[in-house]
Design a protein around this ligand. Sequence first.
Ligand SMILES: [Zn+2]
Length: 184
Amino acid sequence: MALVKCPHCEQRFDREVVKNFVLYKNRYYHGDCYDRKMAEIKKEEKEKEEKKLKQANKKEKEKIDKVNLENFIKDLFGVPTLSYVMKAQIKRYVEKEGFTYSGIHGTLNYFFVLKGNSTKNAQGIGIVPYVYEDAKKYYTKKAAQEKANAGFDGQLSVEVKVAAPQVTATKMTKRRVLVLEEED
Ligand SMILES: [Zn+2]
């Protein structure tokens, strides 16, 4: 008798009777349990890698979004650099309010460009918290409309394809004629 406990299924087995076992890190696994354990480890590692990559991509996107926002503000206010107040506002909105750089960007675009408000008396970008939700609603609605339009366009292209069978019919007739000639 050489009883051991498989760490995967936690069942005891006699390794002198059960021949299909694997010794891994000083523990005895059933052969199948070892395969399952390895598959789990592999899956976990893959998920970890994917998560890491996702986070890296998110950070990279945030960096780009921040630069885009800063450039947009410079153009909007006609200034070569962001004022101390503007920088502090962005930092506060992102860190304390949970806004995103692209969200702030969209909000400023909504309020100053689309709504045509002047930047003349603006307190930096202090308007953002007051119209952020409105702007979000506007863009969400717009995105839904665009999605609906895309679906509608898809329907149209399906209808256009109805003409196709006629071409096939013509081809078939021609082929049949060709076969008849060959038989002659
Ligand atoms: Zn087992």
